[in-house]
Design a protein around this ligand. Structure first.
Ligand SMILES: Cc1ncc(C[n+]2csc(CCOP(=O)(O)OP(=O)(O)O)c2C)c(N)n1
Ligand SMILES: [Mg+2]
Length: 313
């Protein structure tokens, strides 16, 4: 039996997917001479399950690694993608494509910039990471697993009854400051945490918050940024994951990064525009953000579903 052109295109997709996740095409079942190509999602999962690199756990005892670690960033980003897909597929629900667009950003943050002692979540010196786009919880939990805070077994309980890993993150997890998932809430709360750090606690921490781009249609985001700008909260960084898409289609500004940058500036914050999949550019942007004199907003151009060819954009 011969494959049709359409079936071949599925195979090509699988091949590029496996490359993006760091799996050799030769290792996946499709290479063993099956008569008909199986459903790409199943092949992807089989490949991810065979991927040994996923046992990668980082434990820095609170401080990020010194210097640029592009290989490490890339390895971790692959793992975060694979784990986001694994746990949401096991649950049969969740937002894997929203997790994939921000995986590079979060890999670089975890390895190179986040000061956080995972064994001491109450340490007042810890940075704060608030997923304003709480629906990307698979990515948030994949980060916790990479940090050694939860096990792989627990990761796979995502969205199961009784699990701490609910559809959206909640403070039942000691590394989560605030329940998010209602779009537009996390960023303003992050501004409050930064304000407390600067004005009340005189704490050394930096606050990082990740937003979606359709989330930027919520007025509360801009009220929050206005206040951050007014208070000159140099300990605050928002990361806009500009993947062009919301839940049902394109956003108002799609990939008009300059328009986002102009808005950010108008609210008294410093924009840093980058390609959100360029690991070196992300690294530089986070370093600049931590040392900035004003609140910073990293406007990152990303691709929804990045890393899995048949899910991209
Ligand atoms: C206030 C509110 N309205 C609607 C939703 C439902 N919802 C969940 S994800 C989503 C789309 C988010 O798109 P975007 O912010 O661009 O994030 P992405 O998934 O693209 O990273 C919507 C509308 C929600 N969670 N909260
Ligand atoms: Mg989006």
């Amino acid at each position: 039996m011969r494959w049709t052109a359409e079936e071949w295109s599925v195979v090509r997709d699988i091949a590029s997917t496996s490359t993006a996740l760091g799996i050799s095409f030769a290792d996946i079942p499709i290479a063993s001479g099956q008569a008909t190509p199986p459903d790409p999602v199943h092949v992807l999962l089989a490949a991810v399950d065979r991927w040994e690199g996923r046992d990668f756990v980082i434990n820095f005892g609170g401080l990020p690694m010194k210097g640029r670690n592009l290989d490490l960033y890339a390895t971790l980003a692959r793992q975060l993608r694979a784990d986001s897909i694994r746990c949401s597929t096991a649950a049969g629900s969740g937002h894997p494509t929203s997790s994939l667009s921000a995986a590079d950003l979060m890999a670089v943050l975890l390895v190179g910039h986040l000061r956080y002692d995972w064994a001491k979540p109450k340490d007042p010196a810890n940075d704060h990471l608030i997923f304003s786009k709480g629906h990307a919880s698979p990515l948030n939990y994949a980060l916790f697993r990479a940090a050694g805070a939860i096990t792989d077994d627990e990761l796979m309980t995502f969205r199961k009854l009784g699990s701490r890993l609910e559809g959206h993150p909640t403070p039942v997890l000691p590394w989560v400051d605030v329940a998010t998932g209602s779009l537009g809430q996390g960023l303003p709360i992050a501004v409050g945490v930064a304000l407390a750090g600067k004005r009340v606690l005189a704490a050394p921490y930096h606050v990082w918050t990740l937003t979606g781009d359709s989330e930027l249609a919520e007025g509360s985001i801009w009220e929050g940024l206005d206040h951050a700008g007014h208070e000159r909260l140099s300990n605050f960084t928002a990361i806009f994951d500009v993947n062009r898409l919301g839940q049902r289609g394109p956003t108002e500004l799609e990939w008009d990064l300059d328009a986002y940058a102009a808005r950010v500036k108008a609210f008294g914050c410093d924009p840093i525009v980058i390609d959100g999949h360029d690991l070196a550019a992300i690294d530089d942007a986070f370093a600049r953000a931590r040392n900035g004199e004003r609140p910073t907003v990293i406007v990152a151009k990303t691709v929804k579903g990045r890393g899995v060819s048949f899910l991209e954009d």
